[in-house]
Design a binder for this molecule. Structure first.
Ligand code: BDR
Ligand code: CA
Length: 297
């Protein structure tokens, strides 16, 4: 596997944290651009700083958009904790975020590393949509875009039934990205459910004597308890799955290329990812939908 060079747009978040740990273990990370999503921007920026401090990396953290583009949206504190890191009582990092806005950082880094970066989008697509509106040529300067988002058969994870959280939080931003980025890999919520982790095995991984394992055990405790109380048979770590696909595309065992659009209306359907499985719209496929991966690997 050839290690990619990554730019990660994220809203940490317990599963974002696992993805960011994985990324720093296996790749070069040129920056973390931060959005609001799982919790408010103040927390997601603080969490990103805490993570890079824990890892001992110099990865810059760029604060981005504090709200969705058009309509306000509810966060996911009920899953990730009020602080987004499981309310584990961590000491805040003494590190400072960069002065540059995330949108500007995405534009600048795409020029500094033309054709070299894999952009991994693990949160609402607000920052990316604004960057695209400023510079429609942006996709041509990235090697690859991997998006964690959507529910391709309408089995989402929010109160608007077919909507997945990242897309449902900012559907207008998702619409801008899905209709202007020529081709991206889409790791959706339903793939996440098909590739859940065994709770006991996961707990065993966290027994390793390392600061990172202790940290992750602390921040994931609440969300693991919550998931089990919900009756979820396995632990779903959406962003970690997307990061695995970003780090090593060879793990993909099944995928379909289709056109995917975003539903912007409807009290039950706003934020749905609408997949043209049969090609009826005669539009070019914008998404390679990841349906299966080699999970053992
Ligand atoms: C996505 O929503 C967030 O809560 C997670 O961090 C992940 O990015 C899953 O639907
Ligand atoms: Ca996320």
């Amino acid at each position: 596997m050839h290690a990619p060079r990554l730019l990660i747009d994220t809203d940490p978040g317990v599963d974002d944290a696992l993805a960011i740990l994985m990324a720093h273990h296996s790749a070069e990370v040129v920056g973390l651009t931060i959005a609001a999503g799982n919790v408010g921007l103040g927390h997601t920026v603080a969490n990103a700083l805490k993570l890079v401090e824990l890892i001992g990396a110099e990865t810059p953290v760029y604060p981005g958009c504090a709200t969705p583009l058009v309509r306000p949206a509810a966060d996911a504190a009920y899953v990730h904790g009020e602080d987004g890191f499981g309310d584990a009582g961590l000491t805040p990092s003494s590190r400072r975020a960069a002065d540059e806005h995330a949108v500007m950082a995405i534009l600048r880094l795409s020029r500094e590393f033309p054709g070299q970066l894999t952009l991994v989008a693990l949160g609402p697509l607000t920052n990316l949509a604004l960057a695209l509106r400023i510079d429609p040529e942006l996709p041509s300067r990235f090697a690859r875009l991997v998006i964690m988002g959507g529910a391709v058969n309408g089995r989402g994870n929010t109160h608007r039934v077919p909507a997945e959280f990242n897309i449902g939080f900012d559907p207008e931003a998702a619409h801008v990205v899905f209709s202007n980025w020529p081709k991206f890999d889409l790791v959706d919520w339903e793939a996440t459910v098909r590739h859940g982790l065994d709770y006991a095995e996961f707990a065993q991984w966290l027994q390793v004597d390392s600061p990172r394992a202790r940290f992750y055990a602390a921040i994931s405790r609440r969300t693991c308890d919550w998931a089990q109380a919900q009756g979820r048979a396995r632990l779903y770590s959406a962003d970690a799955l997307a990061m695995a696909v970003a780090l090593d595309p060879d793990i993909i065992s099944q995928a379909r290329e289709c056109h995917v659009g975003i539903e912007l209306d409807g009290s039950l359907t706003r934020g749905a990812t609408v997949v043209d499985w049969e090609g009826r719209l005669q539009q070019p496929a914008n998404a390679r939908i990841i349906l299966g991966v080699d999970q053992a690997r």
